[in-house]
Design a protein around this ligand. Structure first.
Ligand SMILES: Cc1ncc(COP(=O)(O)O)c(C=O)c1O
Length: 396
């Protein structure tokens, strides 16, 4: 057994989050490092979903909208997520996809902006959907999009800026951007900020209220383990809620949805971010998945995430032949999310071979191997094995 294997076992034995792994459906044959794309299944979800289908839908049918709490689920589940992103209750609503919530937030932010503010700043390396949606939002509102590196967003915001749309963690490189500093600088320029938390919520502490964030969106199928296509969330800061003018004012966001008025009157608070009928099965699967967080402190998750990614980087340096796979994820903790991305020639084939050998990460064009570390269920032995198998594949 190598020194790193010994060290991994010792680190796992000392890991305070180790017991959490048993709450997930995982097999020991596979090292699953793709929880930053699709989180693993929490074991309790299947039973809860069976109850929703058989009893709530099957027997109670329409009564479940009230008796089983279906109607209020978007806000109830939103409040569970709020705790994980540093938001007081009443500001997060769950529903739709991240793409749709980006649209709501960006258009609403432009509508809130003062006279002469017609610029939407978009993180130049953004996950593509945010860029596509921002471009459409610009066409609809008469604004224009300017692409800026996330690190330069603070300096770029100016008197024409209505809103800056920024990814908290870059999906490709795993770089963590400065949320408090950028938010403060964008505010100093008189503009609003929309943060995309897809790759940070559930992986590291986020303090939306304390940092004065205006709007935030994120998906729930990555570190929050909500399941494939589980609904996303929208945070609208409490002070902005009365002026939040949604571009998708569906009947679910009406002050009196069952009044069936021909005239739209927006609801107060978080429900104003709703659109149409919620996707109840996915929403309640997500709610059950969130139970794993009940006794978890996100600062402990962050500490383990950094220890895991540090250890993985050391193992890669030890096992992988020099020059075959170079980290593009920053080494500085303050700039690192919960993944390690390695630039590697032939990355697509290399990842396919890793998966054949039981190490599941993913590939992002043109040449990036991504390994996501989900502290609730990833251990140090997983990190060591993944790096060792990578070394074998790359001829170490
Ligand atoms: C940073 C980021 N934003 C947005 C999305 C898209 O989310 P959705 O498919 O829920 O619209 C993703 C999906 O992986 C993402 O990683």
């Amino acid at each position: 057994m190598s020194d790193l294997t010994h060290e991994a076992l010792a680190l796992d034995a000392a890991d305070g989050l180790r017991a959490k792994r048993a709450e997930f459906v995982l097999d020991d044959d596979t090292v699953y490092l793709d929880g930053n794309s699709l989180g693993a299944l929490p074991g309790a979800v299947a039973g809860r979903l069976a109850d929703v289908v058989e009893r709530e839908w099957g027997r109670l049918r329409i009564r479940s909208w009230t008796e089983s709490g279906w109607w209020t689920a978007p806000e109830r589940v939103g409040d569970r997520i709020a705790r994980l992103v540093g938001a007081a209750p009443g500001q997060v609503v769950v529903g739709d996809s991240t793409s749709v919530n980006v649209f709501k937030a960006v258009v609403a932010a432009v509508r809130l902006a003062g006279e002469g503010r017609d610029e939407i700043l978009v993180d130049a390396a953004t996950f593509p959907t945010d860029g596509y949606i921002a471009a459409s939002a610009a066409r609809l509102t008469g604004a224009r999009v300017r692409a800026v590196d996330a690190a330069d967003m603070a300096a770029a915001a100016g008197p024409r800026t209505a809103v800056a749309l920024v990814n908290h963690v870059d999906y490709r490189t795993g770089r963590l951007h400065d949320l408090p500093g950028t938010t403060a600088a964008v505010h100093a320029a008189g503009a609003r900020v929309v943060w995309d938390l897809c790759h940070s919520a559930g992986a590291l502490p986020v303090a939306l209220d304390a940092d004065g964030v205006d709007f935030a969106v994120g998906c729930t199928y990555k570190y929050l383990n909500g399941g494939p296509g589980s609904p996303a969330y929208l945070y609208v800061r409490r002070e902005l809620q009365p002026r939040f003018d949604s571009p998708l004012p569906g009947w679910n966001s009406h002050a009196d949805p069952f009044g069936m008025s021909a005239v739209y009157e927006p609801a107060d608070g978080a429900p104003r971010g709703r659109v149409g009928t919620p996707d109840i099965l996915s929403l309640l699967a997500l709610e059950a998945a969130l139970d794993v967080w009940d006794d978890v402190d996100v600062t402990a998750v962050r500490a383990k995430s950094l220890a895991l990614t540090d250890f993985f980087l050391r193992c890669v340096a030890a096992y992988v032949p020099a020059g075959r796979a170079e980290p593009v994820t920053p080494l500085a903790h303050a700039e690192r999310g919960s993944q390690v991305s390695l630039r590697c020639t032939g990355a697509e084939e290399v990842m396919a071979e890793l998966i054949r050998r039981g190490v599941v990460g993913d590939f992002r064009p043109p040449d990036v191997l991504r390994f996501g570390f989900t502290p609730l269920y990833t251990g140090f032995a997983d990190a060591e094995r993944a790096a060792r198998v990578l070394g074998e594949v790359l001829g170490g």
